[in-house]
Design a protein around this ligand. Structure first.
Ligand code: AMP
Ligand code: TRP
Length: 334
């Protein structure tokens, strides 16, 4: 069955967006908006799974919208909205909570990472978070989902849930099985301090990440201090297998300079990492600092950002209402 392609993705409003979000997700969002119909959602209900101060959350929602626009999303092309403003997300999430299996959720590695050692104290929301993510996608019958590699397992779960719903309610092909769109080299941008951990908003040291709002001096300092390797840059990828920090810098450089890894290694083999770092910092400064400046500028006019969300919510609701009506009918709700 051929169906209309629709892109959906979500970003949590939990503070500073960083280079991992930018390369792993946002840049893809922007290029996709010229190819397909796209919906980009600030997933504020997901953020509630760990405690958020209300004022901080409100602010972060607008900052995430500003980051979307600053990286090049166009609200006339893409539907930009916040999750809690369309009640269908919560309603479908409940229905899917009853389709999804405890055994499936028990396999989710992100829950294990986020809940830490004392799982009994994690919120129930954090545990069923992937079901809400499935609801986000299936509410619009989205077909393509651009995300970083850390979301791959959640997306597989969304497919399992879609499949089980279609089978349980005897409605083959009702929900499409959403396809992940994961970038190749930067699917997982790693921490600048520890190449075995992903770059993340929650890591304590700010030196571990490049934030979209960092100044040129901050970017320079962070790249200079980034862990690399005391040996020279090799001429092949294999030699980088046990050097995750060096590999991470080379991956980021390759992506930002739009040069293949092979070409980068060809160009740089035999040189010190300081050579790579100087070039990388320059490229990052010219790509990231204009985005940061634009975010700050956009945040001055909050009503403009609220207006973008309002328009997006209307368009999203329109699609959601029709689908929710059909979903309720399938399930037997009056
Ligand atoms: P989050 O901020 O966790 O809502 O993530 C928003 C998007 O950025 C998701 O698609 C993530 O997969 C992606 N993302 C987050 N951190 C990284 C990273 N270190 N490398 C690549 N993609 C990432
Ligand atoms: N769970 C995703 C993250 O933490 C955010 C998200 C929520 C999402 N709903 C989604 C991503 C739907 C893609 C599609 O990054």
């Amino acid at each position: 069955m051929s169906r209309k392609k629709l892109v959906f993705s979500g970003v949590q409003p939990t503070g500073n967006l960083h280079l991992g979000n930018y390369l792993g997700a946002l840049k893809n969002f922007v290029s996709l908006q010229n190819e397909m119909e796209c919906m980009y959602c600030v997933v504020d209900l997901h953020a509630l799974t760990t405690f958020q101060k209300p004022d901080v959350l409100r602010n972060n929602v607008l900052e995430t919208v500003a980051s979307f626009i600053a990286t090049g999303l166009n609200p006339d092309k893409s539907i930009i909205f916040n999750q809690s403003s369309v009640s269908g997300h919560a309603q479908l999430a409940w229905i899917l909570n009853c389709v999804s299996r405890i055994g499936w959720l028990n396999r989710m590695t992100q829950f294990k990472d986020k809940a830490g050692t004392d799982k009994e104290k994690a919120s129930v929301g954090l545990y069923i978070y992937p079901n809400l993510m499935a609801a986000d996608i299936l509410l619009y019958k989205a077909t393509h989902v651009p995300v970083g590699a850390d979301q791959k397992q959640h997306l597989e779960l969304s497919r399992d849930i879609a499949q089980k719903f279609n089978k349980d309610f005897n409605c083959k092909d009702f929900f499409p099985l959403p396809e992940p769109l994961i970038p190749k080299n930067v699917a997982r941008v790693m921490s600048l301090r520890d190449g075995t951990k992903k770059m993340s908003k929650s890591e304590e040291s700010d030196y571990s990440r490049i934030n979209l709002k960092d100044s040129a001096e901050e970017i320079n300092k962070k790249i200079k201090k980034a862990k690399s390797d005391s040996e020279q840059i090799p001429d092949n990828l294999k030699s980088l297998e046990k050097k995750p920090e060096a590999l991470n810098l080379i991956n980021i450089y390759s992506e930002i300079s739009e040069t293949t890894i092979e070409k980068v290694l060809n160009e740089m083999s035999g040189k010190e990492y300081s050579f790579l770092k100087t070039k990388l910092a320059d490229l990052l400064i010219s790509e990231i600092t204009p985005v940061g400046k634009e975010i700050k500028k956009l945040l001055v006019d909050r009503s403009h950002l609220e207006e973008i969300l309002k328009k997006g919510r209307e368009k999203a609701n329109f699609i959601a209402e029709e689908n929710i009506k059909n979903i309720r009918e399938k399930v037997g709700l009056i």
